[in-house]
Design a binder for this molecule. Structure first.
Ligand SMILES: [Zn+2]
Length: 178
């Protein structure tokens, strides 16, 4: 597995993320907690946004695991990343906004890829993404109820339940889950 991996979220799951589940201040508390745990440095390449001429050091990336048989998208943690590594995680967005070449260069430099290796790797991640985007995934957010998560468990149970209901209502209305 390459050090820096592209992690494309299935398009059927877009809009269902922690920022959608938490209030703004709760999300700020969560991300700052993890920034401090990791000394405001990127967990992948050790750089910060300041090394990259940005005005902020790091960003929070939601890590998901996919059970492709049971169709469960499971939240497994928060990764602290520099802006360049974070851009690579969401390479589809970078390509759409004209930052694809920059992202690819960072991916090549962090992973020690050749240009051909990078192209092959990116193609494989997009193929998986296309398949996963054909399905609606059940979300497992139980990580937000563990001791690793810096907010009150009871409070989080309420937020997760509200999110589940909102998603269910969306599906019933026939609007998909995106
Ligand atoms: Zn980085």
């Amino acid at each position: 597995m390459p050090k820096l991996q592209v992690e494309l979220v299935p398009s059927s799951q877009w809009g269902s993320n922690m920022r959608d589940i938490l209030t703004r201040s709760q999300w700020d508390k969560v991300r700052k907690h993890f920034y401090e745990l990791n000394n405001n440095e990127c967990q992948v390449c050790d750089q910060t946004g300041f090394d990259q001429n940005r005005s902020h050091a790091v960003e929070a990336h939601e890590q998901w695991e996919y059970d492709d048989e049971k169709l469960i998208q499971k939240l497994v943690g928060i990764e602290v990343l520099c802006p360049e590594c974070h851009r690579c995680k969401h390479l589809g967005r970078a390509l759409k906004t004209g930052a694809g070449r920059k992202a690819l260069s960072h991916l090549i430099s962090v992973n020690g890829f050749s240009e051909a290796e990078a192209q092959a790797y990116v193609q494989s991640t997009f193929a998986i993404h296309a398949l996963r985007s054909m399905f609606a995934w059940e979300m497992d957010l139980d990580w937000m109820l563990t001791e690793d998560f810096p907010l009150d468990k009871t409070l989080m149970e309420g937020r997760i339940e509200a999110h589940r209901k909102k998603r269910a209502a969306k599906i019933i209305r026939g609007g998909g889950v995106g």
